[in-house]
Design a protein around this ligand. Structure first.
Ligand code: 5AD
Ligand code: SF4
Length: 416
């Protein structure tokens, strides 16, 4: 969604729009929405009722929720001028030009990958690069295949040409993006593998190359070997496991077992002992018993993740899991969630403590949001580092000695 928003800003700039500092001054307001969990829907509805913008402002809603609920949104919220879906970014100029007091939605799925849209990056030195879009998996809890459509891969030459342009613009750090990057290429002529793409990308002059998200059923050793062999491919793998119980994994339609997941973790650690591994975990899937949940805790203990994004299962209408029996009550879900977070925070701290006393190279990203005397950057493994500096180092790679580890970040000092 962040990348799509950068595309929207880029497109609007070509139409001579300029970013407004305050929403109340804007002539055009666009909300770009998510609907993966109910909390995302609620956030949108909450913001909608609490934001004030000019009566004359045009107002559009795009993204996943717009894709799913286009008609309902137009009916319910009279202030919306138009709704556009996840694959209709390129239609924005037309939609804006043809408003004339009509209210409408455009949410048709496109067979082609629109790779030539302009974008306005949030960061000068970091960029997203989409390599595939949509998802052909059928995780039973997930609304993404409904709102993002079938998986479509972008051609090598388009990806490489965009990356070369980014390198010319002094971008240092790129993230290759897809719902499931490991299945990249299966819809293309000659079926190029993700590892062959990664190898090609590593031959460009970009200093830091990342990718997300990997799926445990498709992550293969050749990808890990590319990371091992190519200095500029970062040693960071985000590998969501969702649940530790084989019974739940089966009900989720994830197509791997706990044993297979753990074998992937061993394979990664064997080749890349210093890699950071992060994950997504969900608690409270319908029918999850205490025994199932304990399998999740066991997997967390055995995997020793650097960081985990933890979620409480959220019922999404239209997904197969929504109609399963035995939905878990909120208090039980919350109790499990808190127990999981506590365990993972302890492990995150332990993993970060391994870096105390070490010198790491970080790309400086910004002045800390909490303290303007602190600069913030990231290691190649994706860890956040804060350090004191009065110099303007943003966009530079600097060496930092780590003094103290916290569960979610590291504190360090510049090395002269
Ligand atoms: N409820 C809770 N979490 C979900 N995710 C996806 N769908 C749901 C849902 N219905 C989580 C998964 C996924 C992450 C992006 O969001 O963990 O990996
Ligand atoms: Fe959703 Fe599963 Fe596709 Fe991820 S792989 S986007 S969880 S359906």
């Amino acid at each position: 969604n962040k990348h799509d928003s950068e595309r929207i800003c880029g497109l609007l700039e070509t139409l001579n729009y300029k970013e407004s500092k305050n929403i109340s001054d804007a002539d055009l307001v666009i909300y770009y929405t998510c609907c993966v969990r109910k909390s995302a829907d609620d956030k949108f509805y909450g913001q909608l009722s609490s934001t004030n913008f000019k009566n004359s402002a045009k107002f559009a809603v795009g993204g996943c929720l717009a894709q799913k609920e286009s008609k309902k949104l137009l009916e319910r919220f009279k202030q919306i001028d138009f709704v556009f879906g996840t694959q209709n970014l390129k239609d924005l100029p037309n939609l804006l030009a043809n408003l004339n007091g009509n209210r409408y939605s455009k949410t048709d799925m496109q067979p082609e990958f629109n790779s030539d849209l302009p974008f306005k990056r949030e960061s000068e030195h970091k960029a997203w690069v989409a390599i595939n879009r949509g998802c052909d998996n059928h995780c039973t809890y997930c609304v993404v295949p409904q709102v993002r459509g079938k998986e479509v891969s972008r051609k090598h030459e388009n990806i490489i040409s965009e990356i070369k342009t980014l390198a010319d613009e002094n971008v240092i750090d790129i993230t290759l993006l897809g719902q499931n990057v490991n299945s990249y290429g299966k819809d293309l002529y000659n079926k190029p593998s993700f590892s062959s793409l990664l190898e090609k990308v590593s031959k460009t002059s970009i200093e830091r190359i990342r990718f997300t998200t990997s799926h445990p059923k498709d992550l293969s050793e050749d990808i890990i070997l590319v990371i091992k062999e190519c200095e500029n491919v970062c040693e960071h793998i985000h590998l969501p496991f969702q649940a530790g119980s084989d019974v739940i994994l089966k009900k989720m339609g994830r197509n791997y077992s706990k044993k297979h997941y753990l074998s992937l973790i061993s394979m990664i650690r064997r080749h890349l002992p210093k890699a950071s591994i992060t994950t997504d975990i969900m608690v409270g899937f319908p029918g999850e018993t205490e025994t199932d949940f304990n399998e999740t805790l066991d997997l967390v203990e055995k995997s020793q993740f650097d960081q985990a994004f933890t979620f409480i299962y959220s019922k999404r209408e239209g997904t197969p899991a929504a109609s399963l029996k035995n939905h878990i009550d909120y208090q039980t879900k919350l109790k499990r969630f808190e127990k999981l977070v506590k365990l993972q925070n302890k492990i995150s701290l332990k993993q970060n403590k391994k870096l105390e006393g070490a010198t790491v190279d970080i790309l400086v990203e910004e002045t800390s949001k909490k303290d303007n005397k602190l600069l913030t950057g990231r290691t190649k493994t994706g860890k956040l580092v804060h350090f004191k500096s009065s110099d303007s180092l943003i966009g530079k790679i600097v060496y930092i000695k780590i003094l103290e580890a916290k569960p979610f970040f590291l504190i360090g000092d510049s090395v002269e």
